[in-house]
Design a protein around this ligand. Structure first.
Ligand code: SME
Length: 138
């Protein structure tokens, strides 16, 4: 009998799958809204090098901007972004996709790549589908 799998375990499994299947993804993780209602993101399950950015105020960096805009953000060259938080100097491009549930922002999927201009339309569509599907977990 399979025990119940927690939401965080599912999120971690998705990180592992994406990191394994798409070699250009160097870091794959989720940020979730602070459970106490502070306007900050809290780092959730992730795969990749550990990051200093375990909490990100809304509005700061690409992640913080998505927490406010609720729109997918694709940065094909992170160095041309004015509002960007570097996790690793190797990162060149990044995509952040919000997870929405009934118009409420419940989390986001953040992916880094060490290659410039590497986020494809197909990847964006796949990640947006995953986030839509994950909405049911929240
Ligand atoms: N680069 C992000 C910070 C999170 S790390 O990529 C894991 C940003 O600008 O918000």
């Amino acid at each position: 009998l399979k025990r119940n799998v927690t939401r965080d375990e599912k999120l971690f499994a998705i990180c592992e799958l994406l990191a394994d299947e798409i070699p250009s993804f160097s870091w794959v993780g989720f940020y979730l809204p602070d459970p106490e209602g502070k306007q900050e993101l809290v780092l959730g399950p992730f795969v990749g090098p550990s990051t200093d950015h375990t909490r990100i105020p809304y509005g700061r960096g690409i992640c913080g901007q998505v927490a406010l805009s609720h729109e997918t953000f694709v940065a094909q060259d992170v160095h041309s972004e004015e509002n960007y938080l570097a996790c690793s100097t190797d990162v060149q491009s990044e995509i952040v996709v919000p997870i929405m549930k009934d118009d409420e922002f419940v989390g986001q999927l953040d992916i880094d790549s060490n290659t410039k201009n590497s986020i494809t339309k197909e990847q964006r569509e796949l990640l947006e589908e995953i986030c839509e599907f994950l909405s049911d977990e929240f």
